[in-house]
Design a protein around this ligand. Structure first.
Ligand SMILES: [Zn+2]
Ligand SMILES: [Zn+2]
Length: 210
């Protein structure tokens, strides 16, 4: 019994040097943008967030007919190339990404993540829509990334229209309408990550947008 307890502790203990969340820049993505996102996610979730060395986008995920990368393939790639000791890994790319949606085989998306799993991916490709300023671009990225990270932390989609976990379905207007986590999602997240302070809204992600 004691042996199995020690084994369980060993399996679930994480060396202090291993972050709780890692951002993986994929392909040509601005380093300053990724660093800013890491700081924001760390302050919002109360988790340690590190930035991994840049990796090229895997050609195996490229969908030539639309010039996009398949989000599901990128998520699987991230799961394979990053250390399994890191509980959550979020890829960041500037290229357009897509996923199947109902009968549509290739639907452009802002991000994808495994619910309660390790990997997720976000794309900055659509975040300049409408001639967004740098501040709005950053706020959109924070929201999309917090949404996907929320999925990996076990939060499903939420029906509350302005909740961060509402399904944007690829629409930037839905992202702009978000005002943070609704009370129910904030409670659910606080149960999963004890350092999440549900009363503390993300500074950039909760900024007012048009
Ligand atoms: Zn989602
Ligand atoms: Zn919610």
């Amino acid at each position: 019994m004691l042996t199995s307890c020690i084994l369980a502790l060993t399996l679930f203990s994480r060396p202090a040097s291993v972050p709780e969340v890692a951002l993986q820049p994929l392909g040509d993505v601005d380093a300053g943008v990724v660093e800013g996102l890491a700081r924001e996610l760390s302050s919002f979730f109360g988790l340690s967030v590190a930035v991994l060395p840049h990796e090229p986008l895997p050609e195996s995920a490229y969908y030539a007919p639309r010039g996009r990368y398949r989000a599901e393939d990128l998520v699987s790639f991230l799961d394979q190339v990053t250390s399994s000791a890191i509980p959550h890994v979020l890829g960041v790319t500037s290229r357009d990404i897509s996923a199947p949606k109902g009968e549509i085989a290739d639907w452009g998306v802002l991000g994808v993540a495994r619910l309660g799993g390790r990997p997720g991916i976000v794309s900055t490709y659509r975040l300049r829509a409408g001639g967004a300023s740098d501040a709005l671009f950053a706020a959109r990225l924070d929201r999309v990334a917090a949404h996907e990270l929320g999925h990996t932390l076990g939060l499903p989609h939420c029906d509350a229209p302005r909740c961060l976990m509402n399904d944007a379905r690829g629409r930037i207007r839905s992202v702009d309408a978000s005002t943070g986590l609704c009370a129910r999602c904030a409670r659910a997240l606080a149960e999963r990550t004890s350092r999440f302070n549900s009363s503390q809204a993300p500074s950039r992600a909760s900024a007012r947008t048009p």
